[in-house]
Ligand binder design. Structure first.
Ligand SMILES: Cc1cc2nc3c(=O)[nH]c(=O)nc-3n(C[C@H](O)[C@H](O)[C@H](O)COP(=O)(O)O)c2cc1C
Length: 300
């Protein structure tokens, strides 16, 4: 039985990854989850300097998921390299660093800085966070801006790059094609869907930011549809995510066209979700005599 997948020359032991921002850099989860079992750890977004994030409250529960407006709080690249990358050196899993920025220059600084870090296998460029006012999603909602930033990053990046796309667009296929045309090695989707919650008793927004990104099981059908459309529009690999709670969900994404999948909000609900998805995919393959995970990709 072969569960390995390859993306831009990087070989993953299985297609299961952590979704950025829901697993830190693995440190806190490592008491529960054997990181060696995962295809990859995708880190929380890291910027060139520390970001404080948005004012609280910045998370709220909703039916079938959650809203967050964390605002990409992170300790900055210096602390990340010394603390988080050092920690990840102990594990036999691939490391994908998620990069955020407010300007093209911010992104380039982080990408260049990580260029000589052997522990970093790939970079995931977040151009789709709905919770920061400058940068981020501004690049992910306009195909010319997406093309431009992708091309600039690709020129300086030493590791293969994954462009993380926003679902808050009219045509995901067009965005996927723009990233591919500019040289992206892969794309990942979906980031969160912009939402809002009002506390009717306090007569206030549930989040200080008013709006937040919706994630969790309720967004899965939207994510599967977008992964299907994007993977049929481009030839580069697609990493699918959005509401994955178990192996069945992960397999659905693979059948829709995803080469790999990532588990996000469900890590908060059940910290063992990633490992259960790894085991469940193997059980499915055994039960239905699937010899190679590649054999069930894009079969619908
Ligand atoms: C609390 C929280 C923080 C997140 N932070 C990031 C981030 O730093 N960078 C990023 O690209 N995506 C971030 N995301 C988006 C997730 O990686 C993922 O794309 C999205 O939540 C959909 O997957 P899910 O429904 O499985 O959570 C975050 C999501 C949540 C819930």
């Amino acid at each position: 039985m072969n569960t390995t997948v390859e993306i831009a020359g990087v070989k993953f032991k299985n297609p299961v990854m952590t979704a950025s921002g829901t697993f830190g850099s693995g440190m806190e989860y490592s008491d529960f989850v054997d990181l060696n079992k995962l295809g990859a750890v995708v880190t929380k977004g890291v910027a060139n300097v520390p970001w404080p994030g948005n004012p609280v409250p910045r998370v709220a529960e909703v039916y079938g998921g959650m809203l967050n407006a964390i605002g990409l709080q992170n300790p900055g690249i210096d602390v990340f390299v010394e603390r988080d990358l050092e920690f990840l050196k102990k594990y036999d899993t691939k490391v994908i660093v998620n990069v955020c920025g407010k300007s093209v220059e911010d992104y380039l600084e982080v990408v260049e800085r990580l260029g000589d870090e052997k522990r970093v296998d790939m970079l995931e460029i977040n151009v789709s966070c709905p919770n920061v006012k400058e940068g981020a999603i501004a690049f992910g909602q306009n195909k010319d801006a997406l093309f431009d930033i992708t091309e600039k990053i690709k020129k300086v990046a030493k590791q293969p790059i994954i462009m993380k796309l926003s679902p808050n667009v009219t045509s995901i296929s067009e965005m996927a094609k723009a990233a591919e045309a500019a040289g992206a090695d892969a794309i990942s989707l979906i980031n969160t869907i912009t939402g809002m919650k009002i506390d009717i008793y306090k007569r206030k927004f549930a989040l200080a930011n008013k709006t937040g990104g919706m994630s969790g099981p309720a967004i899965k059908p939207v994510a599967v549809r977008m992964v299907y459309e994007a993977s049929h529009a481009v030839d580069i690999p697609v990493i699918g995510m959005g509401g994955i709670a178990n192996a069945e969900d992960a397999i659905e994404f693979i059948m829709a066209g995803a080469t790999a999948v990532a588990v996000g909000a469900m890590n908060f609900h059940d910290p063992y979700t990633t490992e259960k998805v790894v085991d469940g995919i193997e059980e499915y393959m055994k039960k239905y005599d699937v010899k190679d995970i590649d054999d069930i990709r894009k079969i619908v």
